[in-house]
Design a protein around this ligand. Structure first.
Ligand code: ATP
Length: 531
């Protein structure tokens, strides 16, 4: 476990981050007044605006600007069109995609505590060389459960085992797990864990008021991608786009995760931002590398930087069966406080080959091939003959909720010098409150001037986030509130404003306070927000 030991000095406290999220209205537990519901989270006023700003940034940069205007590997503008498809589709979609048959996590139940664990999240701890002997299980990346498993093992052996005697392996590597004596992470008795069993992660529902649970069953989508694949032909036939081009979609996805945990990181309801980019198989490698590098640069532009963000190319044996044929698969990963010093996936970029289109072609019996009139040998009239093929698909698939969580963790900056004790250094583009406007005191005409400035700023920037007017409490407390909310700039109207028409602008990150003309505030903010 030494490898996974976290250095408390470097790592921000997840408890503190969650407490701030609750205190300031970023994220609440879903159904909190009824005791909550495991794996579901609600976003409050600040959180929902932050989430919208991240989604809008993605939509703007990917869809509207086509990779921010960066030309593709063919030197031409990147063409992306959006769709918005249903959460519930014909169940045959999920048979074709492989989710009905294969979207399974091997799971282990604890007979004593009735808890259920993902087998790949459990590690076994046992005596070295003792393949049929005493094996203890604990949750990966969790120092406390490791220590407790170790203690149980010592008790079972009636002596303290040294580090050298202890061996760890993944539960799934045990082969016949029934041979091993396992101890659930929360169990008192030994031998309480069942062997791993497959568990389908899709949520089922029944269509129609009198629907038959088997005949009329349907699924909540576990990913937004399939809604794109099944509309590939529609988009080609009804628009002017031609390969290479992409289809983008944001929306909710649902997975009945076995062990939802780590705040919103692993939830049962979450939002994805997915692109399926269709290209000629010969060009898949170039597009894969283009997307991988551009997506990494995009997350950096959202303020995730330095050692906290990495791009990890998958080893070949890690790949899904279809992806082995493809140009590559990589993950963009963030070092969350609960994964540190390791990383957790934010986005996967994969060459899915023509796997999905082929599957849907076979299952639906509808031709998914694309007729590329720019390819093929030249005819006597000098025109290309055209080529029919199933395009390869490069898929950059990102989690919006994980993105928001990474942005929150990155922004969270303890600062004992400030009255709030912490400042959220959110990228101004993402900040849910773009500016605070405060009258120093509630008299002498200051509230009226402040309200007028707020209204002007609201008119100009309100579509991007809130302009907060606040006249309650001391100015220090108002600044502290804004620091915790991640508001980048505060404008204060004071006695001097009434005579020389200037205001103080306070910069959240540098704490500098400068004076500027009231009439310059709008342009100043526009420049800082990059609009
Ligand atoms: P993991 O290995 O963490 O379960 P995954 O590889 O199954 O993730 P994908 O199917 O590639 O994830 O989904 C694309 C993105 O959707 C992920 O990169 C992640 O950001 C997000 N995502 C997937 N599952 C969840 C979840 N349970 N809660 C929140 N976000 C999720």
């Amino acid at each position: 476990m030494a490898d996974n030991a976290t250095d408390a000095c470097d790592v921000k406290s997840m408890d503190d981050i969650m407490a701030l999220c609750k205190r300031r209205g970023f994220i609440y537990q879903a159904s909190e007044i009824y005791g909550g519901v495991n794996g579901f989270w609600d976003y409050g006023p600040l959180g929902s605006q932050l989430k919208k700003n991240l989604r809008d940034a993605w939509w703007n940069d990917v869809v509207m600007l086509g990779c921010g205007g960066k030309p593709g590997p063919d030197g031409k503008p990147v063409r992306i069109v959006p769709v918005d498809t249903c959460i519930i589709q014909n169940p045959k979609v999920w048979e074709a995609s492989g989710h009905v048959g294969g979207f399974n996590d091997p799971m282990v139940d604890c007979r004593e505590t009735k808890s259920r664990y993902r087998a790949d999240h459990l590690k076994c701890l046992g005596e070295k060389g003792d393949t049929e002997g005493q094996i203890y299980a604990y949750i990966e990346n969790d120092d406390a459960s490791y220590a407790s498993a170790r203690k149980k093992l010592d008790r079972y052996k009636k002596r303290a085992l040294s580090d050298a005697e202890i061996d760890t392996c993944a539960l799934t590597e045990l082969g016949n797990a029934e041979l091993a004596i396992t101890v659930g992470p929360d169990a008192k008795e030994v031998g309480t864990l069942t062997p791993p069993r497959a568990f389908n992660l899709m949520f089922k529902t029944v269509l129609g008021a009198t629907g038959d649970a088997e005949i009329d069953k349907a699924y909540l989508r576990p990913e937004t991608a399939q809604g794109i694949f099944i509309n590939f032909k529609n988009v080609v036939d009804t628009t002017r786009v031609g390969v290479p081009f992409g289809i983008a979609q944001t929306g909710k996805a649902f997975r009945n995760e076995v062990t939802p945990r780590n705040f919103t990181f692993r939830s049962r309801e979450f939002e994805q931002m997915e692109i399926e980019f269709f290209c000629h198989p010969d060009e898949a490698k170039a597009w894969y590398e283009f997307w991988r590098d551009w997506r990494m640069a995009w997350w950096e532009s959202m303020g995730l930087k330095g050692e906290n963000l990495i791009l990890r190319e998958h080893d070949r044996d890690e790949l899904a069966h279809y992806a082995k044929e493809g140009a590559g698969t990589s993950d963009i990963e963030y070092r969350f406080p609960f994964t540190a010093p390791g990383y957790g996936e934010l986005e996967g970029i994969a060459d899915r080959t023509n796997f999905d289109l082929k599957q849907h072609q076979e299952h639906s019996k509808k031709k998914m091939e694309y007729h590329d009139t720019t390819r093929g040998e030249l005819l006597p009239n000098g025109q290309p003959k055209g080529e029919w093929y199933l395009p390869h698909v490069i898929e950059p698939s990102a989690g919006l909720d994980r993105g928001v969580l990474a942005v929150l963790c990155e922004a969270f900056t303890p600062d004992p010098e400030r009255p709030s004790g912490v400042v959220m250094k959110l990228h101004p583009r993402l900040s849910p409150i773009k500016a605070g406007v405060f009258p120093l005191v509630k008299k002498d005409g200051m509230p009226e001037v402040a309200e007028k400035l707020r209204a002007e700023l609201h008119q100009r920037f309100g579509r991007l986030g809130a302009i907060e007017f606040d006249e309650k409490q001391s100015i220090g407390k108002r600044y502290a509130r804004m620091d915790e909310a991640g508001c980048p700039f505060c404008f204060t109207i004071d006695g001097d404003t009434m005579t020389d028409q200037t205001v103080t602008v306070r910069d959240r990150d540098t704490l500098s306070q400068e004076r500027m003309g009231l009439d310059k505030v709008g342009d100043f903010l526009a420049e800082k927000l990059g609009v």
